[in-house]
Write a protein that binds this ligand. Structure first.
Ligand SMILES: [Zn+2]
Length: 127
């Protein structure tokens, strides 16, 4: 699995990917895998009242990946995700770690919709 950001011919990078660039409207024609990069925590929050199937407490962070090594207009791309711990501060370095279930598939959804959902993904792990 990849943690894919999209980029357009004008060098805008966004996460997640979009059919068209949110910045300029051109089709996104390339992807950038962020899963082997580190990021910096921009801000974070911990939710203690979570929906059924979502862990509690649930610490989430907006992180910023440095993509200045790419031949792109944007030097950073931001992504929102769960953190592996509740011990996190703005400015911390994190790396994406793959998890099979971000939520509990057996809770909170009709059985018919379970198969159409992706349950796996990435969390941010302090380095
Ligand atoms: Zn663009």
């Amino acid at each position: 699995m990849t943690l894919a950001a999209g980029s357009c011919p004008n060098g805008h990078v966004s996460y997640p990917t979009h059919p068209r660039c949110p910045e300029c409207g051109e089709p996104q024609d390339e992807t950038v895998d962020l899963s082997d990069r580190t990021a910096e925590v921009v801000t974070w929050t911990t939710s203690t009242a979570t929906p059924p199937g979502v862990r509690e407490p649930n610490t989430l962070a907006i992180v910023e990946f440095d993509v200045s090594d790419l031949d792109a207009e944007d030097e950073f791309v931001r992504a929102l995700g769960q953190v592996t711990t509740d011990d996190v501060e703005s400015g911390d370095a994190v790396e994406p770690v793959y998890v099979e279930e971000l939520r509990d598939p057996d809770v909170g959804l009709k059985r018919e919709t379970q198969a159409s959902q992706d349950w796996d993904g990435y969390r941010w792990d302090p380095v």
